[in-house]
Design a protein. Sequence first.
Length: 202
Amino acid sequence: MQEGGSFAAVVARARYRLEMTLLADACAEAQQHGYQAVLLTDGTLMPFELQTSRQAPGNPSQLLQPLNDLLNRAHSHKALVCSYIARPNSNALLSLCAQQISDMDALPDLSTLSDADLLRDVLQPGRRTSSFKPSWSANQANFLGGEAREIHACYANFGTGVGFQAEIARLEFPRWCEDNLDVICGILQRQVQVGRGYPLIL
């Protein structure tokens, strides 16, 4: 029998492949009925194995195949694609901010903080940050089939504003969706309200 970690990884990869396939099938079905698809999924778009190392495997194509298949079909059908990450623990923005400070000794310990901690008290409900490109080594045009398919991200506060109830989420999307990011955020805002803190559709 495989060890727990290995078995969990196999299950996670199978789930990821299935989700990417179902999303790709949905965009074609929507177009057949005359709709533009807005494809939403929970969790990250980039395979987890390709996020945990700054160095991409020699050939990440196999791990990226489900994502690339989705991006190919979604792009051709003019669909919007976005993933929703509740309670994100990334510290990408904190790291960028720290790099701009010359006196590193003056910084507090950031190892236990996340971007969500940084934004919780400053990002107003219904607002989002600017988008940025995550620094995963596999997040490159040559791996994903073009610059328009590179994964970008932003943070948004989908809280109600009542008592400043923050609901910080991280969104990931292919670059071609950036011009429609406010549309995506509007859809997610309504979904979070209906779902009482989490998108009902997810």
